[in-house]
Design a protein around this ligand. Structure first.
Ligand code: GLU
Length: 284
């Protein structure tokens, strides 16, 4: 396995990777002899995690730190790997740079509404899924004609570059919408607000957060489709780490932590989130 950007006071990545290889464990930073939460090697290491910074409920930058479901999931997983919250370095990930961040070692993992797909699996590894979302559509509250994907034919549709949400509408479902790609979903929201686009499509989790943030302005069509299986993105070749993270995800659901986090971040919205633990994929 490769462990990147784990910066230790005792010589950084290479020394740590060697130590991990020597103990035959995939537990990043913690070793496996001291039980859980042993705080990383010497307490000086950090783990760098990519999350979204503009998605309410999932990853939203508030006062200098991101908050949301993905942030909580990442914090739990990091804890199981031996990192205290103050050993986590957050980095903003956009839909379009998640693979590159993992390939280039900019981050150690990505927890950013990152759907597991075969195409992405060709260049990165995934642990999980930790949550299964569906896709939906957000439009202005006074727009009555858009009630489902078919109604997007001939309309201007926004999604984030690097996501597969637009592809699911235009290619997979063959709906002839005019596509406007933005850098992220909050840009789509601005375009929807000023009438430059008619609708935004992506995961129901993301849209629920925006709708709750702008009551009376936007409406989730609430006619969801497809399956978006959120994985923890890892650099290619992270099989053992993937197994550790799958164990952490199982425990996170068993302990009720995931449901609590969902309730914290979506309990005050109209979103009926999934309440069951998804089955993990095999790590390869
Ligand atoms: N989950 C979808 C994807 O990974 C859309 C959300 C996003 O772009 O983060 O493509």
């Amino acid at each position: 396995m490769r462990v990147r950007r784990i910066n230790g006071i005792l010589g950084g990545t290479a020394a740590l990777a060697l130590a991990l290889t020597a103990c035959g464990t995939a537990e990043v930073g913690g070793g496996n002899g001291g039980g859980e939460g042993d705080g990383g090697e010497g307490g000086g290491d950090t783990i760098t995690i990519g999350v979204k910074y503009d998605q309410p409920g999932l990853g939203l930058l508030e006062n200098d730190a991101p908050v949301g479901l993905d942030v909580d999931v990442a914090t739990y997983i990091a804890g199981e790997l031996g990192y205290e919250p103050d050993q986590i370095e957050w980095t903003e990930a956009a839909s379009a740079n998640r693979e590159a961040f993992l390939q280039q070692g900019t981050v150690d993992m990505v927890v950013a509404t990152y759907s597991i797909t075969d195409e992405r699996r060709e260049v990165v590894d995934f642990a999980g899924p930790y949550y299964v979302a569906e896709q939906d559509i957000l439009t202005r509250a006074d727009e009555e004609e858009i009630q489902g994907p078919e109604d997007l034919a001939g309309r201007v549709l926004c999604s984030a570059s690097g996501s597969r949400s637009a592809f699911n509408i235009t290619e997979e479902r063959g709906i002839d919408a005019e596509l406007r790609e933005a850098g992220n979903y909050s840009e789509c929201l601005s375009l929807l607000g000023n009438g430059a686009v008619d609708a935004v499509t992506t995961d129901n989790t993301i849209l629920a957060g925006y709708a709750a943030q702008n009551p009376g302005t936007y409406r989730v069509v609430n006619n969801s489709f497809g399956e978006e299986r959120y994985g923890v993105g890892l650099p290619e070749g992270s099989t053992e780490l993937c197994e550790e993270i799958n164990a952490a995800i199982a425990k996170m659901w068993e302990e009720g932590y995931t449901l609590e986090a969902l309730e914290t971040h979506f309990g005050d919205t109209d979103f009926a989130y999934a309440e069951t633990a998804p089955e993990a994929d095999a790590c390869e």
